[in-house]
Design a protein around this ligand. Structure first.
Ligand code: RUQ
Ligand code: CUA
Length: 678
C-alpha cells in the first residue's frame, strides 16, 4: 500500500484527471484493513498529550459543522470530548428546537417550514482580524441561509435566508471587523431582474440566462444583527469557496469558481473542459462604497429573516420584499478574475495577507498567488481579456509560485503562524506541510481516510495558534468498532508544534463535519450564561409564581400556563379538555440555578418534548385525538423526585360538559382529631 501510494504520487500528475480520480477509488477501496497496522506509528506519549484529567477543562472550544445533520457540534480540544450539539437548521427533539412554538419561526423560509439543511462552514465573528468569541456564523447549503449562534448561550438566534442564491456554499465569510458576512451562491440560476427571484428558463439557455450572486450581509456592531445590504450579480459559473484577505489584502475577499464553461449538464465532464477556471477577487470595501453611492439597482425579492428575542425567547419572522444589487460591469475596480487550476476547491489566504493558496483538487501543483503582484497587475493593466466586463489577469502576472508534487487532490489549506501551510490531500489521504515562502514540502502525515477540511485554531486569522491541527476525514472504514454500513466520520488531532507532525488522537464526529473553527476557551467560557433571570423573562405567557398558573378556554383552544420546579408542575391535574381542542402548554421553569432544566412531554403529541431552561418559558402544541386521561411528565432527571414530576390531562369526548378545572396537590380537609395533635 505504501509503495502503491508513493507510485501514484509520482505518476498521477502526468496522467491527469481521470487517473487521479481512479487512484482515489483504489486508495479508498483498499483502505480497510490497513488502518490498525499503520496506527502503530502513534507515539507512546501521545495519550498524555491529549489527556485532560477528570474535572479539568479543555484548552480550546472547537466548533465542527454537522454537515448533513444541519447542526454544529462543540468538542473540547485536545481531548476530543463532545460538549454540546447546537441545532441550527434542523429540528432537534432533544431540546424541542423547531418543535416548540417559540423556535418554529426560526426555520421559516420563502419555501415554507424547512426543518433541515446541510451545514458546512462555521466561522467565528472577528475583531481586528482575530476571532472574538462572540458569535459563530454558519451556512445552510441547500436552502440558502446564514445563521448566527450566540456564544453566551450556544443558541441559534438569527437565520437569514439568502435570495437569488442556490446552494449557499461559499459562505459565510466575515470580514476582519465583522463589517460584512459574505455569502456566495454555488449553483447559478436564471434570475428574473424584473419580477425578482428565479425565472423560468430552458436549460439550453444556461449560458445566457444563468447568474450567480454574492450577498453582502451587514452586521450591527452591538448585537451582530444581520441585514442583507446588497448583492453582486456575478457570471453564471459555479462558486465554491470563499476566504478573505487580511493586513494589506484586508479589503478583499476571494472566491473559487468552477464550471466557467457554463455547462448545464454532466458537470463532472462539462465543467472540466477548460484548463483553467478562476479565482474571483472582489474588493468588498469598494463594493460597499459603490452600493452606498447609488450604483445599486433594486429588484423585488421574497426572503425570510428570523430572529430570536433574548428576553422572551420567542423567534419571529420578517419577510423582506426587495434586494439591491450591483453589476460588476458597472463598478470598475471591484472585481477581477485570476486564472486558476481547473475546478479548484478551497481558497486560503496566509496570515500576512500576501499569499492566496488555490487548492486545485484536480491539479498536479498547488499555485500560490501574490497579493502585491495582483496590485501591480491592476496598475499595469496586465490583463488577458475579460468576462462580462470583468478583467482577467494573466496567470504569470499574479502567480507567486507553485508547490510541486504536493500530493493528490488538494482541498483545503490552513496556516500555523510560523510561515508554514498545511494542506489536505483528499486522494492521497494525507496532510502535507509546506513552507509558504520557498514552497518546499516539509512533512507528510497519512490520515484515515480522505480528508476534506483541516483546521488549526485561528488558522484562517492574522495570528494562528500553531499547536494543534484537526483534520476531518470523509471516510472512516476500519478506524473504530464497526457499526453496520453507516459509520460516523472521523477527526484526527495532530500536534504541529514541532518540525514534524505528530498524530495524537482519533475521535468520531457527528454526521459530516466540513469546516470547523476553534478558539481559546477563555475567550468564550467566562461569558457563558448559567440561567435566564426570571424577572427579565418577557414572554407574554410566562407565569412567575405558582399561584398565577391558569387554564383557560377560548373557543376550541385551551391555554395552559404552567410552572415547573423541583419536583412538580403547577397545575398537575387538568380537566375540561375535549377531543380536537388545540391545547397549548406554556411552561415556565421557575428555577434560578445552573443546570436545572425541566422537560415537558405529553403522550401522543405529534412533535417532541420541549426542554425549558431555568427562567425561560416554552410552549408545546397538542391536539388530542382520543378521549382518555393523558399523563405528562418531566423528561430531564432533575432531582431525586424526578420520576414523581408528572401530571394528568383529562380529555373528554367532543361536546362533553366537563368544565375546565385544574389543581396541584388539592388540600384535603384536615380530620379534627389530627388537627388538635398538631
Ligand atoms: S467544503 S470538505 Cu463545504 Cu471542502 Cu466540505
Ligand atoms: Cu423536572 Cu425531572
Amino acid at each position: 500500500m505504501e509503495v502503491l501510494n508513493h507510485k501514484l504520487k509520482m505518476i498521477a500528475p502526468k496522467l491527469g484527471v481521470m487517473f487521479t480520480l481512479m487512484a482515489g477509488a483504489v486508495l479508498q477501496g483498499c483502505g480497510g484493513g490497513e488502518g490498525n497496522k499503520r496506527s502503530e506509528t502513534v507515539d507512546s506519549d501521545a495519550a498524555a498529550a491529549v489527556y485532560v484529567p477528570p474535572g479539568q477543562h479543555d484548552e480550546y472550544y472547537s466548533f465542527l459543522s454537522g454537515g448533513f445533520n444541519g447542526q454544529v457540534s462543540v468538542y473540547g480540544l485536545p481531548s476530543g470530548r463532545l460538549l454540546k450539539v447546537i441545532p441550527v437548521f434542523t429540528q432537534f427533539a432533544e431540546n424541542g428546537y423547531g418543535y416548540n412554538e417559540e423556535t418554529k419561526p426560526m426555520l421559516m423560509t420563502s419555501h415554507g417550514f424547512v426543518p433541515w439543511d446541510d451545514l458546512h462552514h462555521p466561522k467565528l465573528s472577528r475583531t481586528d482580524g482575530m476571532a472574538d468569541g462572540k458569535y459563530l456564523y454558519v451556512n445552510g447549503n441547500n436552502t440558502p441561509r446564514v445563521a448566527k449562534v450566540d456564544l453566551t448561550t450556544f443558541e441559534t438566534v438569527e437565520i437569514m435566508e439568502i435570495p437569488n442564491s442556490a446552494g449557499n456554499h461559499c459562505s459565510p465569510y466575515p470580514t476582519n471587523n465583522n463589517e460584512y458576512i459574505l455569502a456566495g451562491t454555488r449553483f447559478s440560476v436564471p434570475l428574473d431582474l424584473d419580477k425578482g427571484g428565479m425565472g423560468d428558463a430552458s436549460l439550453s439557455e444556461y449560458k445566457d440566462k444563468f447568474r450567480g450572486s454574492i450577498s453582502f450581509i451587514k452586521t450591527n456592531e452591538d448585537d451582530g444583527h444581520m441585514e442583507l445590504d446588497f448583492q453582486v450579480l456575478v457570471p453564471g459559473f459555479d462558486y465554491d469557496l470563499a476566504n478573505g484577505g487580511k493586513g494589506p489584502s484586508g479589503d478583499w475577499v476571494f472566491f473559487t469558481t468552477y464550471n466557467t464553461e457554463k455547462s448545464a449538464t454532466l458537470k463532472e465532464l462539462g465543467a472540466s473542459q477548460n484548463d483553467r477556471d478562476y479565482l474571483a477577487a472582489i474588493n468588498w470595501k469598494l463594493a460597499a462604497k459603490y452600493a452606498a453611492e447609488g450604483k445599486a439597482h433594486e429588484m423585488p425579492a421574497n426572503y425570510y429573516h428570523n430572529t430570536m428575542d433574548h428576553n422572551s425567547h420567542i423567534a419571529k419572522s420578517n419577510v423582506i420584499k426587495k434586494v439591491r444589487y450591483l453589476l460588476p460591469e458597472e463598478c470598475p475596480g471591484m472585481m477581477y478574475l485570476i486564472p486558476a487550476p481547473k475546478s479548484p476547491h478551497g481558497i486560503d489566504v496566509d496570515p500576512t495577507g500576501e499569499y492566496m493558496v488555490v487548492n486545485g483538487k484536480l491539479a498536479a501543483t498547488l499555485p500560490v498567488f501574490s497579493f502585491s503582484k495582483m496590485q501591480q497587475a491592476i496598475e499595469n493593466k496586465d490583463f488577458d481579456g475579460e468576462v462580462n466586463g470583468i478583467p482577467v489577469f494573466k496567470y504569470e502576472s499574479v502567480l507567486y509560485g507553485e508547490v510541486q508534487e504536493p500530493g493528490l487532490g488538494p482541498l483545503h489549506t490552513e496556516f500555523d503562524g510560523k510561515g508554514n501551510a498545511y494542506s489536505t490531500m483528499f486522494v492521497s489521504s494525507e496532510v502535507v506541510k509546506w513552507n509558504v515562502k520557498d514552497l518546499q514540502v516539509l512533512d507528510r502525515m497519512p490520515v484515515y481516510y480522505s480528508p476534506g477540511h483541516l483546521m488549526i485554531p485561528g488558522g484562517d486569522t492574522r495570528e494562528p495558534d500553531g499547536k494543534y491541527l484537526v483534520v476531518m476525514n470523509k471516510i472512516t472504514k476500519d478506524r473504530y468498532l464497526p457499526t453496520g454500513p453507516e459509520l460516523l466520520h472521523s477527526a484526527q488531532l495532530i500536534d504541529i508544534s514541532g518540525d514534524k507532525m505528530r498524530m495524537l488522537l482519533d475521535f468520531p464526529t457527528l454526521a459530516e463535519p466540513h469546516y470547523a473553527q476553534a478558539i481559546q476557551a477563555d475567550k468564550v467560557a467566562p461569558n457563558s450564561v448559567k440561567f435566564f433571570k426570571l424577572d427579565e423573562n418577557t414572554h407574554p405567557e410566562a407565569v412567575k409564581k405558582e399561584s398565577d398558573a391558569s387554564v383557560t378556554r377560548q373557543g376550541r383552544t385551551v391555554k395552559i400556563n404552567m410552572t415547573s420546579i423541583r419536583s412538580h408542575f403547577t397545575p398537575d391535574n387538568i380537566e375540561g379538555v375535549q377531543v380536537g381542542d388545540t391545547v397549548i402548554f406554556h411552561v415556565t421553569n421557575l428555577e434560578q440555578d445552573w443546570d436545572v432544566p425541566h422537560g415537558f412531554a405529553i403522550m401522543g403529541a405529534n412533535n417532541a418534548e420541549t426542554l425549558i431552561m431555568p427562567g425561560a418559558t416554552q410552549s408545546l402544541r397538542w391536539v388530542p385525538k382520543q378521549a382518555g386521561v393523558f399523563p405528562f411528565y418531566c423528561t430531564d432527571f432533575c432531582s431525586a423526585l424526578h420520576q414523581e414530576m408528572q401530571g394528568y390531562v383529562r380529555v373528554s369526548p367532543r361536546g362533553s360538559n366537563v368544565p375546565i378545572k385544574f389543581s396541584t396537590g388539592e388540600k384535603k380537609p384536615v380530620p379534627p382529631a389530627q388537627a388538635s395533635v398538631n
